[in-house]
Every structure is written in C-alpha cells, then in structure tokens.
Design a binder for this molecule. Sequence first.
Ligand code: TSJ
Length: 640
Amino acid sequence: MNKEHYDASDIQVLEGLEAVRKRPGMYIGTTDVKGLHHLVWEIVDNAIDESLAGYCNNIEVIINKDNSITVKDDGRGIPVDIHPKTKKSTVETVYTVLHAGGKFGGGGYKVSGGLHGVGASVVNALSSWVEVTVYKNGKVNFIRFENGGKTTEPLKVIGDCDENRTGTSVTFKPDSEIFDTDIYDYNTLKVRIRELAFLNKGLRITLRDDRDEEDTTGEIFMYEGGISEYVKFINQEKTPIHENIIHLEGEEDGVMFEVALQYTNGYNDNIYSFVNNINTHDGGTHEDGVKRALTRVINSYGKKSGIIKEKDESLTGDDVKEGLTMIVSCKHPNPQFEGQTKGRLGNSEVRKLADSVFSEGFEKFLLENPDEAKIIVEKAQLACRARNAAKKAREITRKNDLATTNFFGKLSDCKSKDPKVSEIFIVEGDSAGGSAKKGRDAMTQAILPLRGKILNVEKARLDKALGNEEIRTIITAFGTGIGNEFNLEKLRYHKIIIMTDADVDGSHIRVLLLTLFYRFFRPIVEAGHVYAAQPPLFRIMHGKTRKYVLDEKEKEDYLASLSETIRNRAEIARMKGLGEMDADELNETTMDIEKRVLRKITVEDCVQADTMFSKLMGEEVEPRRNFIEENARYVKNLDI
Ligand code: TSJ
C-alpha cells in the first residue's frame, strides 16, 4: 500500500470496503462455500450485463490452480478514463466504491444482478488480491488491489494490443480469513454457468478447471435456442407428449419477456421463472401472467375445438400445470422484488405483457398444431378427473369415522388399542368372515369381511371403488386418513393381512386391494405393514397327523419325506375356499400367530397388481390406464 495516494475520499472508500469486511453476510449472504461462489457471480454478472448491452459474445471462467478465479469477456472493456467525481480511473472507482457498479455504467441496460447488486467492490473487499486487465484502444491497462481492496498503484498501461481487441479480464483470490473454505466446486460453477447460457441465447460461456491437469480446453456452454434448449434439457430424462417446444417472446417499454414450454407424461410440473437471470423462486407477475393465460387459452381452445364438452367442468390452473416443463424469463430495467426472501417479481405491468405475449402466441400454436393441441388439452382433462377422484376419496374417508354405527357392524375390532400388536384380517366373503371371527384371537386380531359383489374389478374404476362402503370401511379402519391428511403414525394395525381364496375371485380382490394400497397408502406398504395370508392348498392326513401344505411342490416334498407305506395310506384333500374351513381349521392353518405363514407384500407386488388392475379394466385400456397413472400422483403426495 502506498500511503502517498491517500486523501479524504480514499478514507471514505476504505471505510466502505472495511464495512464489507466487517459484515460480509450483509453483502454476500454467507461466508461459507455458498458465499465463496457468490463472488464469482458478482463478477460474471458484469460480463453478462455487457453481453445484454450487445457488446460481448464470449465469457470465460477459469478456476486457477490456487483456487483464484479468472473471468474474461470480449466486451468494450471497463472505461479507463478518469472519473469526474472520484478523480480516479473508472476501473479503480468500480472496484473501490461501494455500490458504484450501476452508477458508472453510462446508459447501460443493467439487467443481471447479484444478491444486492453490489458487485466488483464487494469482491475486492473480500479478496486477498484482485487483478484487472482492460483491453481497449490498442492498450493493455492493468490495476492490482491487495488486502481487501487496497489499490497498489493506479491503473496503468502495461503494453499494447491489437486496435480491435477489447475486453475485461479479472482475477481474484478470495480472502481465506473471511471464508470458511477457499476451494471452488467445479459442478456448482458449471450448473449456474449452464443456466446463464440457457438464459442468454447465443452467449458463449466457457468453464475451465486449471486445477485439473486433464482439463485443457474447458467446457463450452452456448445455446442458440436459449430457454427452449433449457426445456429440452430438463425434459431429456422425461417423456414429452408432444414434439414441439413452444417458445414465445415479446418486448414492451424496455421489458423483455420470454417463455418456453413442453408437456411431459409426468404428474409434477417443472416451472422455473427468472428476472434478470435470477431465479424468482416465488414466481410473481411474469409467472402469474403466463399461468393465467395458459389456463384461459386451454379452456377456450378446448371448448371451441370440441375436446372439452359442454357438460365438462372448466380446467383449473392446477390441471393445466400437470406434466408441464416451463421456463419464464423476464429482463427488466427496474424490477421490484417482493416477499420475505425477495423471490417474487412485483411489477404489475409485467403480468399484462406476459399474458398478452403468451395468449396470442399459444393460441396460434394450438390452432396451427391441432394434433399437439389435442394431446395437451386431453392431458389437462385427465388431470382434472384425477383431481376430482382424489378429492372425492378424501371427502368420503373424512366423513366416515369410527363413530359411524354401520362401521362397527362390519368390522370386528380387536380389544387391544396398541397398533404394534394389532392385526386386521381383510377377509373375502361373509362365511370366511364368520369362521375368522370365531377362530381369531379377539385381543389382537380384528376381522373385516368384504362382500364379493363390489369387487367386480373389471367394471370398477378406482374412484368408484372408493365410493364403495366396504372399501371406505377399510380406509376408516386404518385410521391414517388419506391424501394430504395421511399420517402413518395413526395406523391402527401394524399388520394388515389380506386373506383371500386362491381362485379368480380371490385374485381380483387381492389386485383391487393392492392397487388401493399402492395408490393411496404406499407408505404403509413401504413400511412393511401389509401381508398376504397363505391358506393351505392341501391337507394331508395319515393316522392322527394332519399336515397342511401351501402348494403342489410342498405337497410333493412332504409326501416324499414319508415312508412308502404311510404315503400310500395318506389322504390328500384339496382345500376348498376359506369359507369351507371351520373356525379351528382356519385358525390353525392361517391365523394362529405361532403356526401361520404370512407373506410380506412389497411395493413391487403392488406395482404388478396396479398393472394388472389397468389391464383388467377391459376395453378402452389406454385412456383408463392414463387415468390410473394420473391418480398415482396422489400416492406420491402421501410420501411426505
Ligand atoms: F466490474 C467487473 F470488474 F466486475 C467486471 C466488469 C468484470 C468483468 C469480467 C467484466 C466487466 C465488464 C464491464 N465487461 N464489460 C464491461 N463494460 C463496461 O463497464 C462498459 C464499457 C463501456 C461503456 C460505454 O458506455 O462506453 C459502458 C460500460 C458499462
């Protein structure tokens, strides 16, 4: 540091940068690894601004061996002339005066922004050294700062360069006394650089890691398609349901608005919005405008084209969002951010701009691409139906609680209220139910008989099944609730045992129950609470011995283990349905905790049942299948 250069304004400057060093959190949020990377964005943002102003096409980011960072651009170069107010070069001013960033831009169209738009001076304050090189007017200009932003000597020309060469190169070394860590993470830089490249079409950003001997060329991020390519990138692991990515843009009063979208066959949406390249995680007027227009246009087009019938209800914002991948990007010279974390755009004029740009362009797209339009409208219709089915299911189960009289009529509950020891047998048919009731251990075993009628799976869609009283009783008996209200801790039985015959009817009931569990109670399955009882298929009697076996193979093995005389005299009976076993027999073979064999049901079993369920539903498989898949989303919601 050269004391001679210091005057009153210097002292002010140092006080400014000293304030940053005293409270770095105020300026860059944190001094952890996140704050460390934040410094890079403060610098890169300046280069992006130059690109948005139309003067820069290439940006290079290099992680140097010593974990210092170099950012270079081919823009006009930071002005090198003496700034009238500070009497120092603009370069030095930008680096030493807090909040100087924007003020020295000179008519620049500042759209990118760091955390607080503070920029270069903050990076300087938090670095052990910074070097800036500006190529301009055939000269190479250089300045170096040390120890938190102290100018070593004023900007000086250190050489000549090609007249046509312009640009800025900055290298900084974060101060290890400020930051918890000084090691840069390649992937963190890469992810954001890629995003910046998507958001600024045509801009080429290179990232190179000089700590890595192998990395000699770096990775280039450049997307001529801009946010369309971002949508394509997000959807590359997904299944789009139409080919074209819809990309619309418009501008008004210096505000640029842009949106790209494509639907996938998924149930979640991937909507990301940005203002001046910053993710607005709480949305705002730009996102609202698009969503409002999207809902309106899908409804109006759907009705006009006859896809949405007179009797159908209107699609909601949630319906049209399902499976949607969308990037919304707004570049605004004067953005107003709202909300606790300033993550929402507040400028109301943007809502109108977004709405009009989107609705005009999107309606045109639908009219010009009727096949894709149909797919999109139908996807939203399926979402609507699934939403209604799930809502109905929730309402039904909410109304139906343990106090309802007919509930007790069906369920023979166990005496114990301790879920850990309680079991519920869901039994096919009244007669088996009767035997099970007699044969059970009433302390820990509850019995719920199901009547056959409702279980005509081929005809029953899941939403209908949910309207069925016995199914509702099951849901109520579990005690967990369903949908948003689902709570695994409230499960009243830690063993849920499906007890059905080994015939076609039995398998239909199993399929229906497993499908029901899979879609609405997956956490119960995942937690290992669901079992299948295994009633024996054969009874082998010889002398006073009675042996029950589960299947053909077990029968053969058992017979082989007997001596020939006994084997020849053994009476082998094929067991009929559960209903034909008496209480003792049922207890001994299937229910007695000591003797029975239960099979634990896995999620995989349920997936198989679910597929089967879809197939069983008969004609018009495809749309119904879709319906089921749509519904499956609500199972995901239960996972929380
Ligand atoms: F500020 C900084 F050091 F962080 C930085 C600034 C870092 C990097 C890598 C690049 C830049 C930068 C600044 N690149 N390009 C510019 N451009 C200007 O500062 C500039 C040049 C000329 C004019 C003009 O009106 O002639 C205006 C501006 C804002």
